[in-house]
Design a protein around this ligand. Structure first.
Ligand SMILES: [Zn+2]
Length: 388
């Protein structure tokens, strides 16, 4: 039986559940058992959407009064990849030389284990919690993110259940645990550009209209665009052309169409509508230069956000400093996480293990780091409720 106050054993038990997204793999059942026994009220929810796999989720709450401090995370993991390339089986959760190996060790079963261990240590001490602690755990973070956190948050809202502050246990740290806390994320905008021409014979170009040089000019203008110089908490916004495709295989045919895709990672100097308008202006000007007819489409759900300084951030900084002896850097780098949904409900930060091996073969975490993070979470929870 797993001792919930021991993050290492709990992380191992979680890794041994093969919860490759979107499979539950026994991971949520394991957590539900442990949290119920500790006095949490647990809700298991399966969400569906036509065209997507059903996904199981868990919301567990200890206490009924506010403030409600939430820990958000996911038990689903990315596939193991080349199993033979692992030095031990990806779901065996082996410990060698003080290092725990396994898919999900840092992204992010390790953090879930640390948080639950921290709560158990606080309860075991007999400390009263003047408020509530909740866990919002999805099985849909590494997949489509359709039947997970977004719907869980909707379900909470319908019930009138409020989250006051949220800590996401994604691996935010770079070199050592606690060296970075993520306090926001850049926005991500996907764009598809289509330039229309007229198909024809390469020997009779005057009877055709070649879209290839035209899209090349437009891509060049877009790529040269300087969106900003960066802001206080964010690096400069960047546009990257990622796909150019022309539906044509013959060298003697002028194609009728050319298509490009690009992605913009943007900071808080922009709003999404302003950014789209700016890109359209650049495209209009470039299209005018080469007499191009084009359409552009935008997609992507991740808008930029920055968590303002407040009790959540200050408490986390203080807890890290007390346990590790060093102040964490406040960062907005990296990819998106479910914090992008939570930020619409309450202040949210990300604080977790080091991210050097996430999604890689031999994903791993030093056992000592699990203990350090458990102590950080424990101190964080204690400080949070002593301030409130
Ligand atoms: Zn993750």
């Amino acid at each position: 039986m797993t001792t919930p106050a021991n993050p290492v054993a709990l992380a191992q038990a979680l890794i041994r559940c093969e919860s490759v997204t979107p499979a539950e793999g026994g991971a949520l059942t394991l957590l539900e058992g442990i949290l119920s026994a500790a006095g949490f009220e647990c809700h298991r929810m399966t969400f569906s959407e036509p065209g997507f796999a059903d996904v199981e989720n868990l919301y567990a709450r200890f206490g009924t009064s506010g403030p409600n401090l939430c820990f958000a995370g996911h038990t689903d993991v990315v596939p193991a990849g080349d199993v033979d390339a692992w030095t031990s089986p990806p779901f065996a959760a082996e410990i060698r030389d003080g290092i725990l190996y396994g898919r999900g060790a840092v992204d992010m079963k390790g953090e879930i284990a640390c948080f639950i261990a921290a709560v158990h240590r606080i309860l075991a001490r007999g400390d009263k919690i003047p408020g509530s602690i909740s866990l919002l755990i999805t099985g849909d973070e590494e997949g489509d993110s359709i039947n997970g956190t977004a719907k869980l948050l909707g379900w909470l809202k319908e019930r009138g259940e409020i989250l006051h502050d949220c800590i996401v246990g994604e691996p935010s740290s770079k070199d050592v645990v606690g060296d970075e806390i993520k306090i926001g994320r850049r926005g991500s905008l996907n764009c598809e550009l289509i330039v229309e021409g007229k198909q024809g014979h390469a020997a009779y170009p005057h009877l055709a209209d070649n879209p290839v040089p035209k899209i090349a000019r437009m891509i060049d203008r877009l790529s040269a665009l300087v969106l900003d110089e960066g802001t206080t908490h964010f690096e400069p916004s960047r546009l990257n052309v990622t796909v150019i495709s022309v539906p044509n295989t013959a060298t003697n045919v002028i194609p009728g169409l050319a298509r490009a895709r690009f992605n913009v990672r943007y900071n808080d100097a922009h709003t999404r509508p302003d950014l789209e308008a700016r890109l359209r202006d650049v495209c209009d000007a470039a299209a005018l230069e080469v007499d191009a007819r084009y359409t552009i489409k935008f997609s992507g759900t991740g808008d930029v956000f920055l968590t303002q300084t407040g009790p959540l951030m200050e408490t986390a900084q203080l807890a890290v400093r007390e346990i590790t002896g060093a102040a964490p850097r406040l960062s907005t780098g990296g990819g998106t996480s479910d914090a992008r949904f939570i930020k619409d409900h309450c202040p949210v930060i990300e604080l977790g293990l080091t991210n050097a091996t996430i999604h890689q073969v031999d994903e791993r975490v030093p056992v000592a780091e699990l203990e350090t993070l458990t102590r950080i979470y424990e101190r964080f929870i204690t400080l949070y409720f002593s301030r409130s």
